[in-house]
Ligand binder design. Structure first.
Ligand code: R5P
Length: 322
């Protein structure tokens, strides 16, 4: 069955490395797809037709923003990788792929999954409509944020995401294993500062055996400002604290959670997240709060990518493909 399966990667951040890692672990063929930009920044894609027609494609395309090397610190926006994703999917369809599964390690726009204020776009829903229209069979995401109206994702279970079969893979167990085995932390106080990330508590409990799990209630005032309803009676004196979230963007959420833990007397604070966008100087500001370690995956590669995502994705795919 696996002779018909081919892994292809787009030019999205770290997508080739992740795709190759998956192909290697599952002993599936990896083939090259050409994706680049024209000088005016329009997108060019060319697929290897013999590896597409009649094949079951596993296409890896991350939609994280990328640092633009030639222009200093400027970022290539998510929309470029998203557009490439759409164009490539259409080509797979035109070239008559038998089946198309897509893996989007970092799923852009997933946080705008609700009409927070009347008239706002629900970006996640629009993307799902595009994916459905382009005829994908299944969508795999990694700790995707969309958990409200559009998806109600649950880990390790197929969901119907506006007509697209979707499966959300979590890195939480691997992050927890790293914290236990490599940092030697056992039975910490776990803090989950974002409501949507609550199901993580169940996932990690047999590995880290937390003494307590604290859910903070966050109110986002703006993109840069969140407020927590704090648990005033808590005493964290001398405790190891691990803060779990899906991502760090501006850092506001985990910075606030770390300050909260420090205020309550924690002796050691570790932050565990799947995706580290680190907008502006988020990493520096977070470390300044006293965090001893940030443990992340390489969906967005960087200094804190201690946990590679390819084996985690491959593990989930194996169960599904076998
Ligand atoms: C909630 O919306 C997410 O789970 C994260 O807490 C959030 O996206 C992190 O964003 P920031 O780092 O800007 O607070």
């Amino acid at each position: 069955m696996l002779e018909d399966v081919v892994v292809l990667a787009g030019s999205g951040l770290n997508s080739t490395k992740i795709a190759k890692g998956i192909a290697e672990r599952l002993t599936i063929r990896y083939s090259n797809l050409e994706a680049s930009t024209f000088p005016d920044s329009e997108i060019y894609v060319r697929v290897p037709v013999k590896d597409v027609t009649g094949k079951h494609i596993i296409y890896v395309q991350s939609t994280a923003p990328k640092e633009q090397k030639q222009k200093g610190k400027e970022r290539i926006p998510q929309s470029q990788s998203l557009m490439e994703l759409f164009l490539t999917l259409d080509t797979f369809k035109e070239k008559k792929a038998k089946m198309v599964d897509i893996i989007v390690p970092y799923f852009a726009h997933a946080r705008q999954d609700k009409e927070f204020n009347t008239g706002e776009i629900i970006s996640t829903r629009t993307i799902a409509k595009m994916l459905k229209g382009l005829g994908i069979n299944r969508l795999f995401t990694v700790d995707v944020h969309a958990h409200r109206e559009t998806g109600a994702y649950q880990f390790g279970r197929w969901k119907n995401f506006l007509g697209v079969q979707a499966y959300n893979i979590t890195a939480a167990r691997a992050l927890a294993r790293y914290i236990k085995n490599d940092l030697g932390i056992q039975s910490p106080i776990v803090i989950i500062p974002d409501e949507g990330h609550r199901p993580i508590a169940e996932k990690i409990k047999d590995i880290l055996t937390p003494e307590t799990v604290i859910f903070l209630y966050k109110k986002r005032i703006s993109a840069k400002l969140v407020r927590f309803k704090r648990v005033e009676t808590l005493n964290l004196k001398g405790k190891d604290v691990v803060i779990f979230d899906d991502m760090i963007s501006t850092g506001t959420t985990v910075i606030n959670a770390s300050e909260f833990a420090m205020d309550k007397g924690a002796r050691n604070v570790v932050v565990a997240v799947t995706h580290t966008l680190y907008i502006n100087d988020a990493r520096k500001r977070l470390l300044k709060t006293g965090v001893s370690e940030i443990v992340a995956t390489d969906t967005i590669p960087g200094k804190d990518s201690h946990v590679p995502i390819a084996p985690i994705i491959a593990g989930s795919l194996k169960e599904i493909l076998d």
